[in-house]
Design a protein around this ligand. Sequence first.
Ligand SMILES: CC(C)(COP(=O)(O)OP(=O)(O)OC[C@H]1O[C@@H](n2cnc3c(N)ncnc32)[C@H](O)[C@@H]1OP(=O)(O)O)[C@@H](O)C(=O)NCCC(=O)NCCS
Length: 172
Amino acid sequence: MKTMISKCTLDDLRLLQDIATDTYNETYSHLNTPENMNDYLENAFNANQLTKELSNEFSSFLFLYSNDILIGYLKINEGPAQTREVGENAMEIERIYVKQKYQDKGFGKTLLQTAIELAKEHNKNEIWLGVWRKNKNAIEFHKSKGFEIRGQYSIFIGDEEKENYIMVKTLK
Ligand SMILES: CC(C)(COP(=O)(O)OP(=O)(O)OC[C@H]1O[C@@H](n2cnc3c(N)ncnc32)[C@H](O)[C@@H]1OP(=O)(O)O)[C@@H](O)C(=O)NCCC(=O)NCCS
C-alpha cells in the first residue's frame, strides 16, 4: 500500500470541494436537519470561500492519498488564520477528515502526525482543534493521541447551536 501526502493548491479546488463535502456529510448528516447541513456546506465549501482559504498564507490544506486514491485531508492554521486564540505559540488543526470507508486503518494517525511535524518545524509548542461535544469517536481518537480538553465554545450549524470542545496537545 502506497500512502502519500501532498499540498493542495488552487488547482485542486474542485477535488477539495468534493472531499470536504463528502466527509462532512458522512460525519454529520445523520445528526443535523437537511436544511442546516445545506446551509453549512454552502457557506463553508463554496468555491469563493475555499479559494480565499487556499490563498491564505497562514493556512495549508494537505491531501492524503492511498494507492493514488484521495481518502482524506487536513487543514492547518497558524497565527491570524486560527479560528480562535488558544495559545501564544499554537497551531490549529481546523479539519482532519478520513473518508468513512478508510477509517480505523491508521490514516487519521498519519494525518495527525503530519500536522504535528509541521507544527514542530514551525517551532510551535502546542497544537489544538475544536471538536463537537457529541463527536465521541473523534474526541476519543484525539485523547488517545495526547490531546486534553481545555475549554469550549459554540458554533452554529444553520439555526442550531453546537457546543465544541477545545482540545490541546503540548508538543515536546
Ligand atoms: C477522527 C478520524 C480522523 C480518525 O482517523 P482514523 O483513520 O479513523 O483513525 P486511526 O485508524 O488513524 O486511529 C489510529 C489510532 O487511534 C486510536 N483510536 C481511533 N479511534 C479511537 C477511538 N474511538 N477510541 C480510542 N482510540 C481510538 C486507535 O486505537 C489507534 O491507536 P494506535 O496508536 O494504537 O494505532 C476519522 O475517524 C475521521 O475522519 N472521522 C470523521 C471526521 C471527524 O470526526 N473528524 C474530526 C473532527 S475534529
